[in-house]
Design a protein around this ligand. Structure first.
Ligand SMILES: NC(=O)c1ccc[n+]([C@@H]2O[C@H](COP(=O)([O-])OP(=O)(O)OC[C@H]3O[C@@H](n4cnc5c(N)ncnc54)[C@H](OP(=O)(O)O)[C@@H]3O)[C@@H](O)[C@H]2O)c1
Length: 280
């Protein structure tokens, strides 16, 4: 294949990374997964592992763990971009969070790295309800969350992956910052209602104040760093009215409409992941 690239996909078995990796492989590119379980291993907590993963690669898709807002993310992205430059990486595509001030500081590091870049700022993912922390309460049939009235333009990881692949492969996206949202605003109550209707299961939604939610997590022994992140996401990200704006970047980049939440719900329900029997 002409113009075959070697592309490192950091977080390449995760919610967006595994879709990016499979789309690139299907298109004939040489993909290396960057993750703790990959060979060679890539661990965000061990910068000594990064160069081996970057060596021989032309481009990289970066998903940071657990979130670009956490303390230490900025230093990690600074070090990663330095190592990437030394390894001759020609293009970086950074997955970032829409409306996260701390993440924007990390974006600036990539923007000023001297390497071609595209920043992909995403709204909250649909897949948080099937592949992440909202799955368990849905399986239990009882979802209690703060910011119950806030409307979120959830975006699908399939759309994010298509945009990331376009950004990795086409120069027209170099130097751009994209803001990705889905086509519809939903509250948590709306989300649970749609999942409940399609799965034909009773799932109760109860609003809860943020301090009470934080206390519950602490009582359940959730690690302090994770509690901090969740509190940050619920207050800073969901509390920021500009995050409720719907953008049309996906349609502009991909020439098609973004996936609606209900189509995600229908496809996900069919996989059985919301069947309570899945609760171990
Ligand atoms: N969820 C949302 O709504 C949302 C919205 C906007 C932006 N984001 C951003 O999305 C990013 C996460 O992307 P994602 O959801 O696609 O990934 P994800 O599903 O959270 O990532 C899982 C992947 O990361 C790897 N991983 C986990 N810990 C690691 C570590 N310490 N070092 C190296 N690799 C590690 C995992 O493989 P191993 O276990 O093998 O290491 C796996 O490949 C975050 O930076 C977040 O801020 C998320």
């Amino acid at each position: 294949m002409k113009n075959k690239s070697n592309i490192l996909v950091i977080g390449g078995t995760g919610k967006t990374g595994r879709k990016v990796a499979s789309k690139l492989t299907e298109a004939g590119h040489n993909v290396r997964i960057g993750s703790r379980s990959a060979t060679p291993p890539f661990d965000w907590d061990t910068p000594e592992t990064w160069t081996e993963a970057l060596e021989g690669m032309d481009k990289a898709y970066i998903t940071f763990q657990p979130d670009l807002a956490v303390p230490g993310a900025l230093e990690a992205i600074e070090e990663l971009t330095k190592q990437a430059k030394r390894c001759g990486i020609k293009k970086l595509v950074l997955l970032s969070g829409k409306g996260e001030r701390e993440a924007e500081l990390c974006e600036q590091v990539v923007i000023h790295s001297g390497i071609d870049y595209t920043i992909v700022r995403a709204s909250w993912f649909n897949q948080n309800f099937s592949e992440s922390f909202f799955l368990e309460p849905i399986l239990e049939g009882f979802v209690a969350l703060p910011q119950a009235e806030v409307k979120v333009p959830y975006v699908d990881t399939e759309d994010i992956a298509d945009v990331a692949v376009a950004a990795l492969l086409n120069d027209e996206h170099t130097g751009k910052i994209y803001q990705l949202t889905g086509p519809r605003l939903l509250t948590f109550r709306d989300v649970i209602k749609e999942i409940s209707e399609i799965t034909e299961r009773e799932i109760v939604f109860t609003p809860i104040a943020l301090p009470a939610y934080v206390n519950v997590m602490k009582q359940q022994g959730v690690p302090t760093d994770f509690v901090w992140l969740i509190e940050y996401l619920f207050s800073e990200v969901l509390g920021n009215p500009s995050n409720a704006e719907i953008t049309n970047d996906i349609e502009i980049i991909l020439g098609r409409k973004p996936k609606d939440f209900i189509d995600y719900v229908k496809a996900t329900a069919a996989t059985g992941v919301w069947n309570p029997k899945m609760l171990a």
